[in-house]
Design a protein around this ligand. Structure first.
Ligand SMILES: *[C@@H]1O[C@H](CO)[C@@H](O)[C@H](O)[C@H]1NC(C)=O
Length: 209
């Protein structure tokens, strides 16, 4: 009896540490900060704030990576603000790929809906984990680690990826180096790449410097 009562009181105390609001739908008219958007006045929140229609159609894969990521992060989907979750749609045309990248703010879980995807990540210990994923397969990518996805089938591939943050962040390694104005002499000084290769890749991706 004492244990039961103790547990009950403990449960109440634990609950008292939970968030005091049910949700914090993004108010796009107020400033955004590191913790996300300000909360929309609950009276103005409607069911539509918790529903996102943008993942129903495929993204435009006519681009250099033959792939498209359609995000439903806090900036697009007001209902996920403050919940620590988000989702995106991944379309990969034949030979499409998502270049080596990291999400500084979130772990990721990917589920293949159609096609075959070769995916992998590299750990902090420089161990590489690679797997071919088929329809229905799920793979996780731990927070902050560089990872990639490649369409390894002959037809289009479709996957949905969800994140442990409403704003997972995205940094693409090749874009940071070769799509930016990072001076070539500093890239060669801070990597093992030679200047000719750096300039060639900047030409391909549109970087300068
Ligand atoms: C897809 O993107 C390409 C390149 O930006 C563009 O030319 C094309 O019109 C787009 N297609 C659609 C259906 O929006």
């Amino acid at each position: 009896m004492f244990l039961t009562i103790s547990f009950f009181i403990f449960s109440l105390l634990s609950l008292s540490h939970a968030s005091v609001v049910d949700f914090c739908v993004a108010d796009y008219n107020a400033p955004n900060g590191p913790a996300g958007y300000s909360c929309k006045t609950p009276k103005k929140v409607t069911a539509d704030d918790f529903v996102f229609h943008g993942l129903a159609t495929s993204g435009n894969t006519t681009n250099i990576i033959k792939a498209a990521v359609t995000p439903a992060f806090d900036a697009q989907f007001p209902g996920v603000n403050g919940l620590g979750i988000s989702i995106a749609r991944l379309d990969l045309a034949a030979a499409g790929f998502i270049p080596l990248h990291t999400h500084p703010g979130a772990s990721e879980v990917l589920v293949v809906i159609q096609g075959t995807i070769l995916a992998g990540f590299v750990s902090s210990a420089d161990v590489v984990y690679i797997k071919t994923l088929n329809k229905g397969d799920v793979m996780v990518f731990p927070q902050g680690l560089v990872h990639f996805q490649i369409n390894s089938g002959r037809s289009n591939a479709l996957a949905f990826v969800s994140f442990s943050s409403a704003n997972p962040g995205l940094q693409i390694l090749d874009f940071a180096l070769f799509k930016s104005d990072f001076p070539t002499e500093l890239i060669t000084a801070t990597t093992f790449l030679d200047a000719d290769l750096v300039k060639k890749l900047k030409g391909v991706l549109g970087g300068s410097g």
